[in-house]
Ligand binder design. Structure first.
Ligand code: PMP
Length: 328
């Protein structure tokens, strides 16, 4: 019989699929690595598994311990899923701007969610930074993974995502494109691929974020971009960072659902826009791999809601939708 022993054994091993419509006019091959096929629905299952296994080995997470992390999104789901299977408790701290749906997903996996006010400075005792630090101090057996500084984040990508891409492309990958949030994906995967051959590593970043030279000014695409430099990110790995606007990111996200059958999140549209820009002058022997971190299910009320899109003026230039539009 062929089956996995637990759901955690289903993390990783995600497939590549060729993009056929949004790439019309390009000479090279563009392959998408579909991370929503992980059991928790995102690329973050990989780092959750690796961070927990390392903490167990190092003794910082002991049987019956509690995982405390300030997160509301994909990392929380990955941690909750692995924690539940291994008998740990999870407490996630999130700001009150996080949607009720997202909180309920974490609760569904058995995690506890502590909600903090957004409208207070970080040093306020009620802020979500202060509260998560206090919980770590006060809960017996508490452990905080801290995905922004945990070396096992990038390491999980070095050990799994990179080798999977190299093996599945039979070493033919010439370009790797991914969004940058904590920087773990680009650092680990990019480093592995560059050690195997001359692979060009391209980061995709929302306009306004520090990675592409911004000040951290706000943008709407979620999970990527930062207003500080996390240590999980090694800036020597990417050869280039391409800044993408919210409008371009979201329009491409909608096209991926409509034209490629890939219902994915906003950072996926952003990464594909960067991939098409990087692929513009490439030849038929080039193989671009673009990583798509999560599913579009979490964004039905935003990116896939015409009223929400229209309220930001993002629908105005949606007609047409050719490669040429994106490459401008
Ligand atoms: N997209 C989404 C939706 C994410 O949740 C994340 C993780 N923050 C990323 C992209 C970026 O991945 P990384 O943190 O490895 O840079």
């Amino acid at each position: 019989m062929r089956y996995a022993e637990t759901v955690v054994d289903l993390v990783g091993g995600t497939p590549l699929v060729k993009l056929n419509k949004v790439t019309e006019g390009l000479a090279c091959t563009v392959l998408a690595k579909v991370e929503y096929l992980n059991p928790g629905g995102s690329v973050k299952d990989r780092i959750a598994t690796r961070m927990i296994e390392a903490a167990e080995a190092e003794g910082s997470l002991k049987p019956g311990g509690t995982i405390v992390e300030p997160t509301s999104g994909n990392t929380g789901v990955g941690l909750a899923l692995v924690a539940q299977q291994r008998g740990y408790k999870c407490v996630f701290v999130c700001p009150d701007k996080v949607s009720v749906d997202k909180r309920n997903v974490l609760k569904a996996y058995g995690a506890e969610v502590v909600v903090c006010p957004t409208a207070v400075p970080p040093e306020d005792p009620q802020s979500y930074y202060s509260v998560s630090d206090r919980l770590v101090r006060e809960i017996e057996g508490a452990w905080k993974p801290d995905q922004y500084s945990n070396v096992h984040g990038p390491r999980s990508h070095y050990e799994t995502t990179g080798p999977e891409i190299w093996a599945d492309t039979e070493g033919k990958v010439t370009h790797f494109v991914t969004g940058v949030g904590t920087g773990g994906t680009i650092t680990g995967t990019g480093r592995y691929l560059k050690e195997q051959g001359p692979v060009r590593v391209v980061g995709a970043d929302p306009e306004g974020s520090v990675y592409s030279g911004g000040t951290g000014r706000p943008y709407l695409v979620e999970g990527v971009g930062e207003d500080f430099w996390p240590t999980a990110y090694d800036p020597s790995v990417p050869d280039e960072i391409i800044a993408v606007s919210d409008a371009d990111s979201f329009q491409m996200t909608r096209r991926l659902a409509r034209e490629e059958g890939l219902l994915v999140g906003g950072s996926c549209g952003m990464a594909v826009v960067a991939a098409l820009r990087a692929a513009k002058d490439l030849g038929p022997d080039d193989v671009v791999v673009v990583l798509l971190p999560d599913s579009g299910r979490g964004y039905l009320g935003k990116i896939f809601n015409d009223d929400w899109m229209a309220s930001y003026g993002f629908l105005d230039s949606e007609e047409g939708g050719t490669v040429a539009d994106v490459l401008q």
